[in-house]
Design a protein around this ligand. Sequence first.
Ligand SMILES: NC(=O)c1ccc[n+]([C@@H]2O[C@H](COP(=O)([O-])OP(=O)(O)OC[C@H]3O[C@@H](n4cnc5c(N)ncnc54)[C@H](O)[C@@H]3O)[C@@H](O)[C@H]2O)c1
Length: 365
Amino acid sequence: MAFNNIYKGKKVLVTGNTGFKGSWLSTWLLTLGAETYGFSKDIPTTPSIFETLSLAGRMHHRFGDIRDKEALDSYIQQVKPDFIFHLAAQAIVSTSYADPFDTLTTNVTGTASVLESIRNISWPCTCVLITSDKAYDNVEWIWGYREMDALGGKDVYSGSKGAAELVIKSYWHSFIKAMPRIKLGIARAGNVIGGGDWAKDRIVVDCVKAFSRQEAVEIRSPRSTRPWQHVLEPLSGYLTLGQYLYEEKTGNGEAYNFGPRAEQTKTVFELVRDLAAQWGLNPEQIVRITGNVPFEEATLLKLNCDKALSYLNWHSTLHYEQCVTMIAQWYKAFYLEKTDLYDLTVRQIDSYLKEAEKQQLAWTK
Ligand SMILES: NC(=O)c1ccc[n+]([C@@H]2O[C@H](COP(=O)([O-])OP(=O)(O)OC[C@H]3O[C@@H](n4cnc5c(N)ncnc54)[C@H](O)[C@@H]3O)[C@@H](O)[C@H]2O)c1
């Protein structure tokens, strides 16, 4: 059992269910016994985790654009979900440089469209809206950002996530806080890594594609550091936030950060080296450093997760080494061993739960 069994038998709608995080979240919800629904525009990558896990046959799903207010609203009215996890977004920083307008309309107008549908809900419903750590105005300081810090963003992707937060805040104060049947929370997490991501310009994806062809991987900024965290870490946070809102154990209408342990901050080179070693490759031969930076990315942005610890009893579970091992295991199963990836994904969720149980995290009960 986990999350006090509240998801069992409930209708849960995941927007962005065909994407990387949405597919992991849908799989976890299926293992929790939820009746799982999805709403997404497309299958964003080839290969895709959604297809690899055969999720189309395991959950209910509709293709549609969240900016199409009527289509989204009619699906929500038809499903009548008990929970909504809103993940659908244009989530790739490099794409936001290529098509800033599409990024803004998807992430800002799309979020407004979800909120419009929430306004039309007449049954009890708990909504967790996913933005990003990039929603914070990154002033390049060394401290972790707290939920009360200023929002903003110098690049369009970050700006779109900051703007989505402002839209959520204004809908909350203008309409939703007066709706007693609606519980709403905002979740901010940073870069995640894990098996099944095939999005472009993400370092793990570049590595596993190259390693599977025995080719060298090109890395742009080997010394840049990122607070790497496994995809299951923020997902356990989102599900905990959903549970606590549903049980009325935490503040309604508030934002929470979900970040990794401080020591998870490693350089790009260290991550590539450790993944290569898991693949049985010599990193000296498999890495090519180009120094070519095609677009500006914000420097290190750390999250302060004291609020999640205090109010949700949540902290991250995995050490960096465990995270790298899980990722290598997943992609090796895909590229080399051709084993049942749904089965492996469920086993990884289960071992993550067992690890969290050892640390006596409240959500594991
Ligand atoms: N992956 C990360 O490292 C990371 C970090 C912080 C925040 N996030 C946020 O988490 C969420 C999920 O990210 P991901 O990495 O799984 O993204 P992804 O690119 O893998 O998936 C995006 C999903 O959104 C759907 N989508 C995109 N535009 C849509 C539209 N207009 N209408 C309906 N559906 C649409 C896609 O079909 C897909 O299902 C996003 O909100 C993202 O901004 C991701």
